[in-house]
Design a protein around this ligand. Sequence first.
Ligand code: FAD
Ligand code: NAP
Length: 316
Amino acid sequence: MLDLAIIGGGPAGLTAGLYATRGGLKDVVMYEKGMPGGQITLSSEVENYPGICEPVSGMELMECWPKQAMRFGLKHEMEEVKRVRRECDGSFTLELLSGKTESAKGVIVCTGSTPKRAGFEGEEEFLGRGISTCATCDGFFYKDKEVAVLGGGDTALEEALYLAKIASKVYLIHRRDTFRAAPSTVERVKNNPKIELILNATVKKAYGNEMGLEGIIIEQNGKEIDLKVPGLFVFVGMKVNNEVLKQEDGSFLCEVNEWGEVVVDLRMRTNVPGLFAAGDVRSDASKQVVCAAGDGATAAINAIEYIEKIGELKPC
Ligand code: FAD
Ligand code: NAP
């Protein structure tokens, strides 16, 4: 039986692995379905991770993280975890997509979240090269430039307000003429002189060159508009990657909130003893690399304490 299983190999999972193994746990496996690094590897420029003097790509930022964690004994299995179950002795069973199973005394879920795609032509091509899903991360690259935001929910409108403090102008594109966002936020957006609303409109296509995005084609009331902007922020909802916690009867193994985020306390503990969550998958996450890494460290420190305290598991 493993001491600890970590699900997900992004900043949260890798940091959890580093702290768990360096903190003395012997059998620690990190399950990552792809290459370790997480969603930040999609970003072409990161400049807000502390200690980075010059902007680096997400790939560059994450390059050494797996090597560092594995130096202390973390094992990486390139496997997708299908489900986590809790057994009557308090241990956890991980069902892997490959059909194998593994047991662990403790589990840290670090599966992240995935921004939804709007589905227009060129969206994937320019993601990380002008198309962004994170204003805190990429807004500064558009200082005193014009940008567009797509979406009509709380995230789109709040991020449009944030971007209006940095960019010279923000075009807010929404497919209807009423918003899903809170009325007070809608008022603030409407009263902001730097935000121009483009309503009943959809983005048809993003275009550019090898340097990045040059503009977008919008369709509004049957007419096409060519908006020349170097940046488009897409906020059409987030998918929380909580599937591993879904049980066969459709319930969740631990408490999740109305948006599907895993509810944790300040020690990253869920309401199930031995089950922790860290990074973008947890409730109230700031959705930043530095925060995910901090969560991973916190979860691992508390998982070590939990595993040391329970000692050997008692049979059912
Ligand atoms: P993730 O990075 O999402 O990692 C989760 C990992 O879990 C993934 O590797 C996934 O493959 C794996 N996984 C999921 N489910 C399973 C499963 N069932 N089995 C096995 N493995 C699984 N943040 C910043 O601080 N600064 C920035 O400049 C910045 N720029 C960004 C730019 C872009 C384009 C994007 C998309 C995000 C950006 N972010 C930035 C946000 C940052 O990437 C996230 O906050 C951070 O990666 C979250 O880390 P995490 O470990 O919680 O999750
Ligand atoms: P959301 O509420 O689901 O809104 C997504 C928006 O994107 C909607 O306006 C939707 O349009 C639009 N959209 C969806 N698919 C699209 C597509 N393919 N093309 C164009 N537009 C598309 O998502 P969110 O804004 O990320 O918020 C998620 C949840 O978190 C919400 O419950 C929200 O209230 C909450 N949240 C709360 C706060 C806060 O309380 N301060 C802050 C952020 C988020 P339609 O409206 O036409 O469907």
